[in-house]
Design a protein around this ligand. Sequence first.
Ligand code: UD1
Length: 417
Amino acid sequence: MSCYHIRGGRPLEGRLTVQGAKNSALPILAATLLAPGESVIENCPHLSDVDAALAILKGLGCRVWRQGDTVGVDASVLAGAEISRELMEEMRSSVVFLGAMLARMGRAALTYPGGCELGPRPIDLHLAALRTLGADIREENGLLRCTGRHMAGGEISLTIPSVGATENAMLAACGCPGVTRISGAAREPEIEDLQGFLQAMGADIQGAGTSTVIIRGGAPLRPARYRVMGDRIAAATYLCAAAAAGGQVALTGVDPEHLRAVLTALEQAGCSVQTGPGEIALTSGGCLCAVPPVVTEPYPGFPTDAQAIFMAALAGGRGVTLFRENIFESRYGHVAQLRAMGADIQVEGREAIVTGAGGLHGADVRGGDLRGAAALVVAGVAARGETRVTGLAHIRRGYDGLDVGLRALGADITETD
Ligand code: UD1
């Protein structure tokens, strides 16, 4: 079984350009369906989730190519409006294709997206939003049959600022004549990035990044060339690794504004952080100190996707820090593995109390989800001795060469069988 073999304890040093954002690339790839012709997406990371999105597009009849970080999708001729169970189960964000298919084809058949590694992840808000726009959605034995021949703009009010539901509604609304107003929208930067691509396609859409998005839909769109923004969670991962191991690193290709909550927490933990346009520099003396409660919240709050990674960095520090996971019910799968490395972490419901152990030691550990697995790599890079992290399939879903990036910063990490 392939694993990352890490000899930890070396400080990190150097510069790194951060990969394109997974959570932007996926909805943007779905959006390429909206216009006949070839869209070109730059800075598209090499990830298994991106491969899954491209497989879905091929299955729908698109011609797809990739050259380095650039991906082309020609959606001139579509051959079907069905996504197989197998592809739907490969990644959760496959559900964002539903809005795009309704906008372009007026119908879609797919199953519920797979897995539940972070606890239940319903799609009720997605379906309610699309029904508000007039979609007819029927469920038969786990299969969703959706038709949208009479869809029109409408008032969507999200009770939770769901990222995926906001994106699905934006995509569907582009195909609906009339005005759609999404209130209670999620404000994540990736939603702004999706809006940027839709605008480049000629869509009349504004407000992304605030809690109200307004779309005047129904006009034909054209294919576009677009560059995906840098990945704030990949950036947070490299920063947390350097914070925990000590050293001095500079990241480029990422907007520091997107990471404000994480950068503040890293400063509170004792790191020095400097930012410039598209650049973040961090200096750390290693052993971090405790910080005020880390409470995960929708953007611009502390991101749930950085919770495990930051916890791994603090686990080897000093002092007591309370974590509260507000977004997902069950997102502490990494805790038992961190304990195997010497961490002192108590979990009760949605809260975790981390008592810094003043250093972790290497161990054989297994990642059970994408960010949880990345957290073990962060811990391993800072820990004394050797760590073997398995579960690399999870890491490949969201990181374009995490080992390569960390090696470039001086970590001793290799992939072995
Ligand atoms: C997206 C991100 C993921 C991140 C999450 C929260 C992508 C591809 N993934 O996931 O990395 O961790 O945002 O920032 O962008 N909910 C419902 N009903 C719904 C939809 C969501 O109750 O129909 C709940 C969820 O259970 C969760 C909360 O809303 O508690 C937020 O989830 P959501 O923002 O939808 O997350 P995703 O879009 O799946």
